[in-house]
Design a protein around this ligand. Structure first.
Ligand code: OAK
Length: 806
């Protein structure tokens, strides 16, 4: 994509600095250098971007649109440099200039337009789609405020707004000419035409402009540039009355502008929970309506064909149910604006849409009140109502055995609209994100739908982009891998399997160990700079980084740390492999128990880290403000990967794959993709413990288990819980009573005590295994070798061949 060598790249930066910033290489700030480099990349990208679009138009190839309320893209500078083949040249140039590359790259604001797994998956998918050379576009919202910034004050999480656009974002291009109008509210009028068809008109609607901002998505070394289109809500010209401050209406008008801009104002900070806020519904409709109008416009630009042909050239993947209003919105446009009858419109709609489910947690399932949809989207409500009528009728006539289940399957019941039901009925494909998750969907959560539509259901186990999560974040390890198996794994990640030939190669294992130590030192340096805590880099780096959620059981991890602390206090000479427990996690701002766990981690850290008896044997650190960039620092240094969710609850997990790819050994339950990791690496290369999903579901079916009996029977457990309840960690006795009560009197809904014993024993095995470093590195190499199967390239190839048919 470029003809730069270090000398000409140097000159190019110099030129940008002069022309855009009126400064010199010597005097430029890191930020100015960052913007100069980004601008050089944009200059290279623009013509390729144009060519990619031209090619798509000319070849008339089938395209996929990935609609998602979240794209957790993080920083783009390094991956863009890497994908266009400039990373080494840029690094060298910066070093020659006496600048530290990482200092320059971290000038970019980490774009946090997502909460966690679902949003990061969308970002990995875009990378793989472009790198594999497919025509695929992301469509999302350009939130003015991304996921909050987390500060910890006296152990408590405090949320600060993430105004990521306060400085120019160099990757986006505003496309005002492609703005579309979105209408909300009002009343619907139906007029019968002479031919009997209906004409729909609206009165008193509110209208908003959706203005696209395009971000390029670069393929790796293949000249492909796809698009992530982010929509921003702006005042529609029709409503811009051009009032002056002396007008009566002026302040009312300002208020109105504000309410419109709020639609793309901020990202809701809930992960795997549902909050039925009207503004969130507005966001969803805004995204869906803008995207579909855009898809239709693109189809018309590229083809001289009727819309009924769209499914041959277009497929729309909806990321969870958040964009599931796509079903009625497509129906509305096809019928009301394009004149199709119901049957034909339904056929087109259901051949265009495919739905991915990302959770079975009941608190995450979207159910909107009928009244809210009726008020905000009256025409869509009429259509949803009709879809529901026809669907229930169809079950009644074609599946008599399900007649008594109709109320459970209905899209509308008890004045609520069940978005997952709407998504399943309105799509041709429904997929889960790991084998076990798809099985639970088919046989439990969506069982009756599976009976109705067995062919729709399929599995697509998640993946991660190995380009970012190995090549970019761990250049040391990546180069050592290339040294032994050659560079082809970058294009064909399954080739990492060739590492299996080196699992007994002592020099290779030694270099792997060196890389890990190097990464651990870098992380230790960061921790020291951030919080003045010195880490023992000879200790095991044991990592749990993910959103804070009860089902992810950070609490069980903390209980284990307290237990180890107690053991060491009782016996300071105990033979233990030194450990550093590393946490990073954001809690949803209104999730009280999750915030209590963050506080507990801090209190335990302060007791453990400041106890002279403990010396260097135990350390606990909580790293503030977990985001993509922080994950990039921690993951290369991880040695133990904590994936300890209550079995059946974690749909897949993707952090498990990232750490495995960097040579960490998983300590985990048989949940989500952990099961597939185990199946590949074998029981000897993973530490599995705890209840199975089947056992957990069985307990739930029988009202849970008796947590109190474990409290009374297991002295280790009793001691930890009594300390929690007795003010040992924290300034006052009542400090953690809610955590204590939840376990003791709400019967430990996530089985923390039930799995505690096996968890402790598994950690004892880890402690012993780490002592044999040769053996440990062999396990690490085996994990890396198998991690290629968790590249999102593999996942995308499966989507392409089974669902998208590109
Ligand atoms: C977020 C909001 C609503 C529903 C689901 C989510 C979500 O992030 N789910 C997560 O998706 C990841 C990607 O598929 C999975 O790896 C996680 O297990 C799942 O919790």
């Amino acid at each position: 994509m470029h003809n730069y060598d270090p000398a000409s790249f140097h000159t190019a930066i110099e030129g940008k600095l002069k022309r855009k910033h009126r400064t010199t290489l010597e005097e430029a700030t890191d930020k100015e250098i960052y913007y100069s480099i980004a601008s050089i990349i944009q200059d290279l990208v623009m013509p390729k971007w144009f060519e990619t679009n031209q090619e798509i138009q000319q070849n008339k190839s089938k395209q996929v649109y990935y609609i998602s309320m979240e794209f957790l893209i993080g920083r783009l500078i390094e991956s863009n440099l890497q994908n266009c083949g400039l990373l080494d040249i840029c690094n060298q140039t910066l070093l020659d200039l006496g600048r530290r590359p990482e200092r320059i790259y971290e000038q970019e604001h980490d774009a946090a337009l997502g909460n966690g797994g679902l949003g990061r998956l969308a970002a990995c998918f875009l990378d793989s789609i472009a790198s594999l050379g497919y025509a695929g576009h992301g469509s999302g919202i350009r939130y003015r405020y991304g996921l909050f910034e987390q500060r910890i004050i006296h152990g408590n999480q405090v949320e600060l707004p993430d105004y990521w656009l306060k400085e120019e974002y160099p990757w986006e291009t505003r496309k005002p000419d492609e703005a579309v109008e979105i209408r909300f509210g009002g009343t619907v009028h139906e007029h019968k035409r002479r031919d009997g068809s209906l004409e729909i008109s609206y009165e008193n609607t509110d209208s908003v402009m959706a203005v696209p901002y395009d971000v390029p998505v670069l393929g790796y070394h293949n000249e492909v540039v796809n698009t992530l289109r982010l929509w921003s809500a702006e005042l529609s010209p029709a409503e811009n009355k051009g009032l002056s401050a002396s007008d009566q209406q002026y302040y009312h008008h300002l208020d109105h502008i504000h309410s419109i801009e709020q639609i793309s104002g901020f990202l809701y900070p809930d992960d795997s929970t549902f909050e039925g806020k009207e503004l969130r519904l507005k966001q969803q409709y805004f995204l869906v309506s803008a995207t579909i109008k855009n898809i239709i416009a693109n189809f018309r630009r590229n083809h001289d064909l009727p819309l009924s042909m769209m499914p041959e050239y277009t497929v729309i993947q909806i990321n969870d149910t958040h964009p599931s209003l796509a079903v009625p919105e497509l129906m509305r446009i096809l019928m009301d604006e394009e004149g199709y009858g119901w049957e034909k419109a339904w056929q087109i709609t259901t051949n265009l849409l495919a739905y991915t489910n990302h959770t079975t947690l009941s608190e995450a399932l979207e159910k909107w009140p009928v009244s809210m949809i009726q008020n905000l989207l009256p025409r869509l409500y009429m259509i949803i109502h009709e879809i529901n009528e026809r669907f229930c009728e169809q079950i009644y006539t074609t599946h008599p055995e399900l007649r008594d289940k109709i109320h459970e399957l209905a899209i509308i019941s008890y004045e609520q609209i069940h978005m997952a039901h709407l998504a399943i009925v309105g799509s041709f494909s429904v997929n889960g994100v790991a084998k076990i998750h798809t099985e639970i969907l088919k046989n439990k959560e969506m069982k009756n739908f599976y009976t109705l539509y067995p062919k729709k259901f399929n599995n697509k186990t998640n993946g991660i982009t190995h380009r970012r999560w190995l090549q970019q974040v761990n250049p040391c390890l990546a180069s050592k891998i290339t040294d032994v198996i050659g560079p082809r794994w970058v294009h064909e990640p399954h080739k990492l399997m060739n590492l299996l030939r080196y699992t007994n190669d002592a020099p290779f294992l030694e270099t792997m160990k060196d890389c890990k130590q190097h990464s651990k030192h870098l992380l230790a340096k960061y921790v020291y700079e951030q919080q003045g805590v010195k880490l023992n880099t000879d200790s095991i780096f044991d990592v749990q980084i993910k959103r804070l959620h009860e089902y992810k059981r950070q609490l069980m991890n903390v209980f284990h740390i307290i237990y180890l602390y107690n053991e060491l206090k009782d016996n300071p000479n105990m033979d233990i492999t030194p450990r550093t427990f590393i946490f990073a996690a954001k809690a949803a701002p209104s999730y009280h128990l999750a915030k209590e766990v963050i506080k507990l981690i801090h209190h335990v850290a302060s007791v453990v880290n400041n106890d002279p008896d403990i010396k260097d044997k135990l350390k606990v650190v909580f790293l503030e403000n977990y985001n993509v960039s922080l994950a990039e620092k921690i993951i290369p240094a991880a040695e133990v990967s904590e994936q300890i969710s209550t079995a059946s609850k974690e749909a897949s997990g993707t952090g498990n794959m990232k750490m495995m790819m960097n040579g960490a050994i998983t300590c985990g339950t048989l949940d989500g993709a952990n099961i597939e990791i185990r199946d590949f690496v074998g029981d000897d290369n993973i530490f599995i413990f705890g209840l199975t999903a089947e056992q957990v579901l069985d307990y739930y079916a029988h009202g849970g288990y008796d947590a109190k009996s474990i409290y009374h029977a297991d002295v280790r457990v009793k001691r930890v819980l009594d300390q929690l309840n007795g003010g040992v960690f924290g300034s006052q006795e009542i400090e953690f009573k809610d955590l204590f009560y939840n376990i003791m009197y709400h019967n430990d809904p996530f089985f923390v005590l039930k799995d505690f014993g096996p968890y402790v024993e598994t950690h004892e095995m880890i402690d012993r295994a780490y002592r044999d470093q040769n053996h440990w590195q062999r396990m690490a190499a085996t994990n890396i070798a198998h991690s290629g199967k968790f590249s999102s390239d593999r996942t995308i190839m499966e989507y392409v061949s089974d669902i998208w048919k590109l």
